[in-house]
Every structure is written in C-alpha cells, then in structure tokens.
Design a protein around this ligand. Structure first.
Ligand code: ZN
Length: 139
C-alpha cells in the first residue's frame, strides 16, 4: 500500500468564494501512481470547507444564497464579540460544510459523476491564500 501526500495553493476572494479544484486533485492522483484506493482532500483552516457541486453559475449562486440564509452574516456572533475579526459566520458555515472530502479511485481515475466537481469554499471575509492537502492511499 502506498500513501502519497501533496498540497496545492489557491488564491480566493473570500465571502463564500467557490473554486473548482477537481483538476488539482485528479493531477495529484495521476502523479501518485496509485491505481486503486482513496483520495482525501482536506482544508487545514477553520473558515473554509470542501464538498461537491455541479460547477455552473446557477448552482454556485444557489449554494452561496443558501449559506447566507442558513447562517446570515449580519447576526450577532459571540466569536466576533470575543475576537473582533468579524468572521463568526465564516466559522459556523465552515463547520457545517466540513473540512474534507474523500473520493474512491478506480483504475487511476476519480469516480466522480459527470456533473460532479470537487469544490473549495472560502467563507472568510477577505481574500486569502489557501493551502489544500491531498492524501492518496492505495496501490
Ligand atoms: Zn475568526
């Protein structure tokens, strides 16, 4: 069994910026030489998350609006009272979304659906330089 760990960087705009990272992950799997196993994509941050979406402007806008409805920015957050950094909603949204996503790898390819992309969502309130960790486990 092989374990290969990589990372890549992203420049985001913050404020629920949604970025398609499918190609970054697929290239990491190809480089690893692993043919069958799992790839875990992880964001080491408390104000961002990773999931899947059909990456088109309608679905992107719908997901952004849903986060605004579920966890509005203009509510009072104890985190903001304590730290004054204004991103209480960012932490709550990130906790709901989750920091990682795992995809089975079969014959060297991600087993994603045709309209299923892997997305990185940055909930922080300003542009950020982000690092994403990709770990491939298999043979
Ligand atoms: Zn904070």
């Amino acid at each position: 069994m092989h374990v290969v760990t990589e990372s890549f960087e992203l420049q985001t705009q913050g404020n629920t910026d949604i970025i398609d990272i499918t190609d970054n992950v697929a290239r990491a799997v190809q480089r690893s030489g692993v043919r069958n196993g799992l790839v875990c994509v992880f964001s080491p941050s408390s104000t961002s998350g990773i999931t899947t979406l059909e990456y088109e402007s309608g679905a992107i806008a719908d997901l952004q609006r849903t986060f605004e409805e579920l966890v509005p920015r203009d509510r009072e957050y104890k985190h903001n009272l304590r730290w004054g950094d204004g991103n209480g909603h960012s932490h709550v949204r990130a906790a709901l979304l989750g920091a990682s996503f795992t995809v089975p790898v079969v014959d060297g390819r991600l087993t994603l659906g045709t309209w299923q992309q892997i997305i990185f969502v940055d909930f922080d309130v300003r542009p950020r330089r982000r690092r994403v960790v990709v770990q491939i486990v298999g043979e």
